[in-house]
Design a protein around this ligand. Structure first.
Ligand code: SF4
Length: 433
């Protein structure tokens, strides 16, 4: 099916004035047929727009005149069947480590350059066809987020699970770089496989592609307890994390002098695992890949300090419980203590991840049942429980295990509030849950 579906129309905007409505399907803009939302963005930049719109099987023309950048249109996300999926079997793939029986959308192995451009999803470029390459270049779909893992072709092929099609990554990156496409590279670090000399080779082969390859993120492999019939892998140890921080520090100094950028950035998890201080905010060079867990903790902690300094109203004296994962809980407790919040009033609940296993400590992978089970053991939850929004799918507002915040509130017998991962949102929620 071609065209894009309208998910929402804002009142008193050009889209509303033209009579567009939720559920309409826009099939062409100024005579250009649409394949997806990217085509819409590409062709809808003119001041005067003529949209071919299907509604109830009838196609009509709607005319819009732009007033500024916002047309007042929200387009629907692609349906699972419209998403390009990968043919890889990466040895570390998180989806292969999910237990059976979860909802189907969680098993979609997307490897779609459009989602990389629109939402920052990482793609492998393994079986990207010529037409897609040409489209990326023609429509300047930049930046893209690329899972590199290793530049050695044999090693990368092995890491990707030896798929039938797996073109070499460096020539593909070089082609996109020459065409002016900006990219963010990622390496999922699997100790014993792509670390040590392999990692060094990878980052030193990527560095000459800077600034088109703008950053390289190194993130540790995440291993769940559901690794059945999968290659044997192990997690990064604290000693390895410390050695990696020291090595990355040397690389960053070198590239800062040579390239004007640190170029390689380590995931927050690596510093936390190493028990070492996080770099200062300036070392993240504007936080371009915070969504990948690179600098998120530093950003949160610095903003928390500023938000506390701005706080005018005193906090209520009755308690609230703030839910987070085991990895961030000690940092959050320390932040609150530093800001002189009473730990009896703001209680940090470090929820163990029983569902995925002890190696998974991030808040974003907590399930509703793990939160429910852990909080049920607490003597008193106070006047409300604050859960991190990252643990819920924003499309449907449910936890990974299909529980909702309302289910949790009913089970626990206290109001449950979903809170965005910003200090301002957290402080507001503590004040007025
Ligand atoms: S590219 Fe690899 S990690 Fe990503 S979905 Fe496919 S198999 Fe999983």
């Amino acid at each position: 099916m071609t065209g894009v579906t309208v998910a929402a129309v804002t009142a008193r905007t050009p889209a509303a004035a033209a009579g567009l409505a939720r559920g309409d399907r826009i099939v062409a803009v100024n005579g250009h047929p649409l394949r997806d939302a990217i085509d819409f963005q590409f062709h809808a930049g003119d001041e005067r727009l003529e949209l071919a719109v299907e509604r109830d099987g009838v196609t009509a023309v709607k005319r819009l005149r732009r007033r500024g950048s916002d047309l007042g249109l929200e387009l629907a996300a692609p349906r699972p069947g419209d998403i390009a999926t990968c043919a890889n079997k990466c040895v570390f793939c998180f989806i292969h480590q999910l237990p059976k029986g979860m909802r189907r959308s969680l098993y979609v192995k997307d490897d779609d350059f459009r989602l990389s451009f629109l939402h920052g999803n990482y793609i492998t470029l393994s079986d990207l066809d010529e037409a897609s390459f040409e489209r990326i270049i023609e429509q300047r779909l930049s930046p893209l987020y690329i899972s590199v893992h290793a530049t050695d072709p044999d090693l990368r092929h092995a890491l990707l699970g030896r798929p039938r099609h797996s073109a070499e990554i460096l020539p593909r990156l070089e082609r996109l770089a020459k065409a002016g496409i900006r990219m963010h590279a990622q390496i999922v670090l699997c100790p014993g496989l792509n670390d040590g000399q392999h990692l060094e080779r990878t980052v030193f082969e990527l560095a000459p592609l800077h600034p088109q390859v703008a950053t390289t993120a190194i993130v540790p492999v995440g291993l769940t307890r559901h690794r059945e019939r999968l290659p044997v892998l192990r997690s990064l140890s604290p000693e390895e994390a410390r050695a990696l921080v020291a090595t990355a520090d040397l690389w960053q100094r070198r590239w800062r002098a040579e390239l004007g950028s640190r170029f390689v950035f380590l995931a927050d998890e690596i510093y936390l695992l190493a028990g070492l201080p996080l770099p200062a905010a300036a070392a993240y060079e504007g936080f371009p890949i915070a969504e990948d867990g690179i600098g998120l903790v530093r950003k949160f902690e610095d903003e928390f300090g500023r938000a506390v300094a701005r706080r005018r109203r005193a906090l209520p004296s009755d308690a609230v419980t703030v839910v987070t994962g085991e990895m961030f809980a000690p940092r959050l407790s320390a932040l609150l203590a530093h800001a002189r919040f009473d730990p009896a009033t703001i209680r940090v609940a470090a929820v163990p991840n029983d569902f995925f296993g002890p190696a998974i400590g991030v808040a974003g992978l907590l399930t509703g049942r793990d939160i429910q089970r852990h909080l049920a053991t607490q003597p008193d939850l106070g006047r409300a429980v604050l859960v991190p929004a990252v643990a819920l799918r924003d499309v449907d507002g449910i936890f990974l295990d299909d529980l909702t915040a309302a289910d949790l509130a009913r089970d626990l017998g206290v109001p449950v509030k979903v809170v965005q991962a910003t200090p301002g949102a957290l402080l507001r929620a503590i004040r007025d849950p």
